[in-house]
Write a protein that binds this ligand. Structure first.
Ligand SMILES: Nc1ncnc2c1ncn2[C@@H]1O[C@H](COP(=O)(O)OP(=O)(O)OP(=O)(O)O)[C@@H](O)[C@H]1O
Length: 176
């Protein structure tokens, strides 16, 4: 399993898509946005803020478990998911404990993040630079997309996929 962690607009989705043709075997690319996109946005009752927050957390916890179910059937999965709240990592360390995870930190200069965000027009302005990805100073690989293309970042990840144990998830779990 590969987890692409980085702020909004850092290029996680572009890298994930660019990786697929470079990999030897079939992989699932399952961005959290695709999973959340399965949930209706058009419904009759207006949720309170607390209900909305609970719903988002339920969705994310379910995403963690959906990925684990795919892995339990020996499927390879690329996650595109910002670890922007500490509980997300804590939950993943638990749920994904049976599986090999390569944690990739996707980074980008804040000015370039802001430029991309404005150009996209479909993300709240300021999300990318305000989003604190829980970088926790440990990961298996880093790619900086400020000037590198998604294709070159994807190639770097694929060529360095086999990292010596213990990998970041194991080290992080041992620190708990
Ligand atoms: N390496 C890159 N160089 C230049 N532009 C890029 C690069 N990677 C992505 N972009 C552009 O930045 C925007 C966001 O890319 P992408 O959707 O891959 O980011 P993301 O990290 O998955 O964002 P989000 O978490 O908000 O879904 C897109 O318009 C994309 O074309």
């Amino acid at each position: 399993m590969i987890l692409l962690n980085g702020p909004s607009s850092s290029g996680k989705s572009a890298i994930g898509k660019a990786m697929l043709p470079l990999l030897d075997d079939p992989w699932f690319f399952l961005p959290v946005d695709a999973f959340s996109g399965l949930r209706s946005t058009n419904h009759r009752r207006l949720l309170t803020d607390a209900e909305s927050a609970a719903m988002l957390q339920r969705t994310r916890r379910a995403y963690h478990r959906a990925v684990a179910v795919l892995a339990a059937e020996d499927n390879h999965v690329i996650m595109d998911y910002p670890l922007s709240e500490p509980w997300r990592l804590a939950d993943l360390l638990d749920v994904l404990s049976p599986y090999d995870v390569t944690l990739v930190h996707v980074t980008c200069d804040p000015a370039e993040l802001a430029r991309r965000e404005l150009a996209r027009g479909d993300r709240p302005i300021g999300l990318a630079t305000s989003q604190r990805v829980y970088a926790h100073a440990d990961h298996d690989l880093t790619v900086d997309t400020t000037t590198a293309s998604p294709e070159s970042c994807a190639a770097h990840i694929v060529h360095n996929l086999f990292q010596p144990a213990p990998k970041a998830f194991t080290r992080l779990r041992n620190r708990l």
